[in-house]
Write a new protein. Structure first.
Length: 124
């Protein structure tokens, strides 16, 4: 895989991430339930990430590779979000009472980005 293809994949995954993590997650059913393990709201959110990753990869890799990597992304995304929600809940961190909430949100986003870099690394 050439560098330009890797950059296009990262671009596609970044756009997917924004769409699924922000506009498509603007429904309380998803974001309020990600901290309850295996709750359908959290599964829906991570499933949308998996579908989005499949679409982002479909044009660049073999379909089975896209399915496998999309599945891994959905599983990893689910657990990153679940952990973030539970750390915030246990610590009592909210957007208005602790800067640690924002640091953890940043770590959450970094881990998702590192997942995408790992996907590209696997493909090159």
């Amino acid at each position: 895989m050439v560098a330009s293809t890797a950059l296009w994949i990262l671009f596609a995954l970044s756009i997917k991430h924004f769409i699924v993590d922000f506009p498509l997650q603007a429904f309380p059913y998803q974001y309020k339930n990600k901290g309850t393990y295996m709750h359908p709201g959290g599964l829906l959110h991570s499933g949308l990430h998996g579908v989005g990753t499949f679409v982002a990869l479909f044009f660049f890799v073999q379909p089975m590779a896209a399915i496998g990597l999309a599945t891994v992304d959905a599983i990893v995304h689910y657990h990153i979000d679940w952990a973030k929600m539970n750390i915030n809940r246990i610590a009592g961190w909210t957007p208005v009472n602790s800067e640690k909430f924002w640091t953890l949100l940043g770590l959450d986003q970094l881990l998702h980005t590192l997942t995408y870099l790992w996907i590209v690394w696997i493909l090159v």
